[in-house]
Design a protein around this ligand. Structure first.
Ligand code: NAD
Length: 257
């Protein structure tokens, strides 16, 4: 998969999955715009890409603020001259249980994960329409579309909502040759997952047929695939990247055989 001459914009790219996407797109020849609210970490990603011989730019941008996203799009236009690939990846996942969840908890997660995706697509749409290879890749999750977990009802609602958005957007944007697809990661070892603790990690790994958490690169490779020239006839689709985590019917399926 070659991305020479392509311009990729990735939100939430200072850390975790977005950082791996930025590094992989750059390693495969794309010019990369790293968008995030965390400037020091984002600058470090750009520096690492430069040191590896790639081209990248950091822009401080809050996906939940439409004016901030419009400004970032203008800067990408002025610096790189367009956008071919847009990865809507920024997301937050603070745990909150229904009995104590406040409207503010609900809104904070929806602001970044769902409205943020909408504002990102709106801001970059003009450039994507001009591209010969318009690609939108959404980072959804298994949580919401497929699975549930106590404390993540608001989060699951945003991640399932992203897929509803995707299916209509894919039809609307087909006339411009823009594809819209989503990746559903399982449990990926990122900064956001924090210090989960050895005990918790061991229990989670035991539930995954591949017996390990995902690496950020595992998700980045799926983004490269959806963004590739070869995936030009695939739109409105989801790709689960979870080491088989959603497959077992029960814990019996994971016992030794
Ligand atoms: N890690 C997992 O196990 C997992 C699983 C399924 C889905 N996901 C999804 O993958 C995406 C990335 O998750 P991660 O684990 O890499 O997270 P992370 O916390 O490691 O990184 C997320 C990045 O997003 C940035 N960000 C947060 N709010 C922002 C905003 N308003 N505007 C711009 N940037 C913002 C953060 O500063 C951070 O750099 C999220 O959408 C998340 O829901 C993660």
């Amino acid at each position: 998969m070659k991305f020479t001459g392509c311009i990729a914009v990735i939100t939430g790219a200072s850390k975790g999955i977005g950082k791996a996407m930025a590094q992989q797109f750059a390693a495969h020849g794309a010019k990369v715009a790293v968008l995030d609210i965390d400037a020091p970490a984002g600058e470090a990603v750009v520096q690492a890409i430069h040191e590896a011989g790639g081209e990248a730019l950091f822009l401080r941008a809050d996906v939940g603020d439409p004016a901030s996203m419009e400004q970032a799009a203008e800067q990408v236009q002025n610096t790189f001259g367009g956008t071919d690939i847009l990865c809507c990846n920024a997301g937050i996942y603070p745990q909150a249980f229904l009995e104590t969840m406040t409207e503010a908890d609900w809104d904070a997660v929806h602001r970044v994960n769902l409205k943020g995706m909408f504002f990102t697509v709106k801001a970059f749409l003009t450039m994507l329409k001009r591209s010969k290879r318009g690609r939108i890749v959404l980072t959804s999750s298994i949580t919401g579309p497929i699975t549930g977990f106590p404390g993540w009802a608001h989060y699951g609602s945003t991640k399932a909502g992203m897929l509803g958005f995707m299916r209509s957007a894919a039809i609307e944007l087909a006339k411009y040759g823009i594809t819209v697809n989503a990746i559903l990661p399982g449990n990926i070892a990122t900064e956001g997952l924090g210090e989960i603790g050895e005990e918790y990690r061991r229990k989670m790994e035991a539930m995954i047929p591949f017996k390990r958490l995902g690496r950020p690169e595992d998700v980045a490779y799926a983004a490269l695939f959806f963004a590739s020239e070869e995936a030009n006839y695939i739109t409105g689709q989801t790709l689960v990247v979870d080491g088989g985590q959603v497959l077992p019917e029960s814990s019996l399926a994971l016992e030794d055989f």
